[in-house]
Structure formats: structure tokens, C-alpha cells
Design a protein around this ligand. Structure first.
Ligand SMILES: Nc1ncnc2c1ncn2[C@@H]1O[C@H](COP(=O)(O)OP(=O)(O)OP(=O)(O)O)[C@@H](O)[C@H]1O
Ligand SMILES: [Mg+2]
Length: 396
């Protein structure tokens, strides 16, 4: 019986979660410093689907006995979901997640002390509404935003003061941090607010992560010397599984998959060692028969739309122009001028689309030429074209 995690799982159980021993040891050592008033700020990077979210949830489970660990996913904030990203909405989400976690952990006296805090800090109690039993101050002015910001970012510290007999510190894990780019003009100030509070509180650690390309301009904004965290941010990178790790993982969790040597090589090439692809492809392959290379290729092509379903989602959200740029690169890398010629547009009009495709890690620029990074998407497009003689989802 194989035991490969399904890909939409955000939390894996002990049997499903594989490897990452070194990264876990590193991040745990750093986060444990939180107990000694030396809380780190960490940026967790890694390509799409490599396992950042399940890694964060694993860390949460591991550290919960000593710390209050809050996991939040900024893309779940109501303001983001409603297409109205704004600092206030994000603060409210941040607040709600912290309180929810406190409730889960049964830090029960807390609501009382929040109300006290509101009073002593001059929020008017009648301005507080209840959201799923959590008091949320009703905000209506700039001045109140300042206060709420102060309140929300000081909250972990307040919790700690009250519960220092049961927790040694607070660890805030923020996933899908990249959505803060949609704060637009407020982005920089939001990051600076973050920094100022993270500097003030030595026992509140932050781990930021998300689906960001390593070329993403948000990364230097957060972690470079001139960025919001002023070079104090530590980086931990999750890489795809190596060939050997993939082999050991399948031996342990999918012993009924039998490969010839060449078939395994092909399997590794198809999945690039990305755990999500390994899991889906491994689940879809026939079991208990020896697979040769040809069978692996055939099965891969047959199942490619299931294996990369989330990339296809991404594809369908691209604009017509972005899709056409990607298609123009299927044969070979091109200069910007050549792409423009292919599309029959001016080179200048390509800037935004090229940037977007780079930010999504779909293409990259090397030696003045753009080339495709997301090889699986390219393969899917070619297969679709062979079948239907048109590329999918292009509506003119
Ligand atoms: N250590 C692991 N062991 C086994 N399977 C894993 C591991 N890491 C990731 N996976 C598999 O990959 C899937 C995707 O992982 P996850 O959602 O954490 O990726 P991600 O890096 O957060 O992706 P995104 O950038 O899209 O947010 C998981 O649901 C699981 O099936
Ligand atoms: Mg994720």
C-alpha cells in the first residue's frame, strides 16, 4: 500500500511528512532562541509546491509545547478574498488569527484582558463589535488605525506577559506573504511597521513565507540590507528532493511502485523532485508491475493535466498577452524585441507582462534572452497543441 500524501493537504501526518531533517533542525534551533529573548525573523523561500506550507505546519506542531505558535495565511484574509486588500483589513485578520489560536490553546482569561487593554488605551468599549465572539474595535479614523496597529502588534507581547508560566515565547508564521504586494502604496509602510515591532519584542519570532519566485522584488524589500528588516532577516531555503531522497521516499512510502533504473530516472526528470508532483504522479502510476521508461513517459503525458492542475489554474488566470508571450518562448529563448515581433506589438508594451511572468517564476531573463522556467507547463501546452491543434484558453 502506498502512503503518498494527497496534494491539497496543508498538514501531513508523521508518516506522510518526509525528510527536511536538516531544515527542521536549523529552523528549530533558531526559533528556540525566542525563549532566551533572542527571537529571530526568518524568510522561508522555495519554489512553488516544494512544501513550504506543510513545513510551516510541521514546525508549528513541533514547537507548540513551548511556544504559542500562530499560523496565518494572508491569502485567507477577508479583505484579500474580497479583492479589497488594505492595511486595516489585514490587521483585523492578523488579530483574529492570534485570538483564535489563544482560544484553541485555552488561554482563557485573555478576552477579559483585551477588554481591559481597550479601556486603558482609550478605545471606547461601545466601539467594539463581536466577530465570532472575538471583540474587534470598530475603526473609523486615522487616529484609530494608529492605535489598532499598536494594539495588534503588541498583542503577542501582552499574551506572553500574562502567560509566561505556560509559554516561553510567541512564534508568528505568515504564509502567502506575497499578497501584501497588493497593498500598493501602503506596502512599504506596512513592512516598516512590521520591522519596528519585531525589533521591539525580543520574544516574538516571525517566519514569513509564500509563493514567491527567488527573483521576486518583494524579497529584497523584506530582507536585503536596505529592506524593511535591514539585513537582520535569516533565510532558510527549501529545495526539491534530490534524486536519492526521492528514491528513499518512494521506497518507504510507495514500495508497490517498481521501476527499472531508466524508468526511475525518467520519473525523477518528470517531477523535478518537487514533492507535490512526486505524490500525484506516484499515486497515478500502476502498482506492483515493473515500470519501464516508456511506460513512465506514456503515463506522464496521459496524466499531465492532473499532475500540474494548479499550474493550469495559474495559466487560465493569465492575460491573453501573457499567455502569448509564454507560447512564443516554447520553441527557444527569445530577446524582448523578438517576442514583440512574434506578437505584433511594440517592445515597450511588454514590460508589465514580462515582469508578471518572471514574478510567477514562469520565465526568466538570462543573457538578454527570455526563456521558460516552468517546463511542465510548456510540456502540457505542447501536448494540448498536438491533440487539438490550438493552444488552450486563448480567447481572442
Ligand atoms: N516533506 C514532504 N513530504 C511529503 N510530501 C510533501 C512534503 N512537502 C510537500 N509535500 C507534498 O507537496 C504538496 C504541496 O506542498 P505545499 O503546499 O506545502 O507546497 P508550497 O511550497 O506551500 O506551495 P505553494 O508555493 O504553492 O504555496 C503537499 O500537499 C504534499 O503532498
Ligand atoms: Mg504554500
Amino acid at each position: 500500500m502506498s502512503n503518498l500524501a494527497w496534494v491539497n493537504n496543508q498538514e501531513l501526518n508523521e508518516d506522510e511528512f518526509y525528510n527536511r531533517t536538516e531544515e527542521i533542525a536549523n529552523i528549530t534551533a533558531l526559533l528556540n532562541l525566542t525563549a532566551q529573548n533572542n527571537a529571530p525573523s526568518i524568510l522561508l523561500t522555495g519554489i512553488r509546491n516544494v512544501g513550504k506550507t506543510v513545513f510551516l505546519n510541521k514546525i508549528k506542531k513541533d514547537l507548540e509545547k513551548d511556544f504559542l505558535v500562530v499560523y496565518m495565511d494572508f491569502s485567507h484574509a477577508e479583505c484579500y478574498q474580497k479583492n479589497n486588500m488594505n492595511p486595516m483589513g489585514l490587521l483585523e485578520y492578523y488579530y483574529k488569527e492570534i485570538i483564535d489560536e489563544c482560544k484553541k490553546r485555552k488561554l482563557v482569561n485573555f478576552e477579559y484582558s483585551i477588554r481591559k487593554y481597550f479601556k486603558t488605551n482609550d478605545f471606547h468599549i461601545e466601539n467594539i463589535i463581536s466577530l465570532r465572539n472575538i471583540p474587534i474595535p470598530l475603526i473609523n479614523s486615522e487616529k484609530n488605525f494608529e492605535k489598532l496597529k499598536d494594539f495588534v502588534f503588541n498583542l503577542p507581547n501582552e499574551i506572553l506577559k500574562e502567560y509566561n508560566d505556560v509559554i516561553k515565547g510567541v512564534i508568528i508564521l505568515i504564509d502567502e506573504i506575497q499578497v501584501i504586494k497588493e497593498l500598493g502604496e501602503y506596502l512599504e509602510s506596512f513592512l516598516w511597521i512590521f520591522r519596528s515591532y519585531s525589533q521591539k519584542h525580543n520574544n516574538v519570532a516571525y517566519v514569513l513565507s509564500g509563493s514567491m519566485s527567488l527573483q521576486d522584488e518583494l524579497i529584497p524589500k523584506i530582507s536585503s540590507q536596505n529592506g524593511a528588516f535591514g539585513g537582520r532577516m535569516l533565510n532558510i531555503q527549501l529545495d526539491p528532493f534530490s534524486r536519492e531522497t526521492t528514491r528513499n521516499y518512494l521506497n518507504k512510502n510507495a514500495p508497490d511502485l517498481i521501476f527499472t533504473e531508466a524508468a526511475f530516472d525518467r520519473f525523477y526528470k518528470c517531477t523535478s523532485g518537487v514533492p507535490a508532483y512526486i505524490n500525484i504522479f506516484g499515486t497515478l502510476l500502476p502498482k506492483n508491475i515493473e515500470l519501464n521508461e516508456k511506460m513512465v513517459i506514456e503515463n506522464f503525458d496521459k496524466n499531465i493535466s492532473s499532475i500540474i492542475f494548479h499550474l493550469i489554474n495559474l495559466w487560465s488566470r493569465l492575460s491573453h498577452k501573457e499567455q502569448n508571450i509564454f507560447i512564443s518562448l516554447l520553441e527557444k529563448p527569445l530577446k524582448r524585441k523578438e517576442i514583440a515581433e512574434c506578437l505584433g506589438v511594440t517592445s515597450g508594451s511588454l514590460s508589465l507582462s514580462l515582469k508578471k511572468l518572471q514574478n510567477l517564476d514562469l520565465i526568466s531573463l538570462k543573457d538578454n534572452k527570455y526563456s521558460i522556467d516552468e517546463k511542465l507547463l510548456a510540456r502540457w501546452l505542447k501536448i494540448e497543441y498536438e491533440k487539438y491543434e490550438v493552444y488552450p484558453y486563448i480567447i481572442d
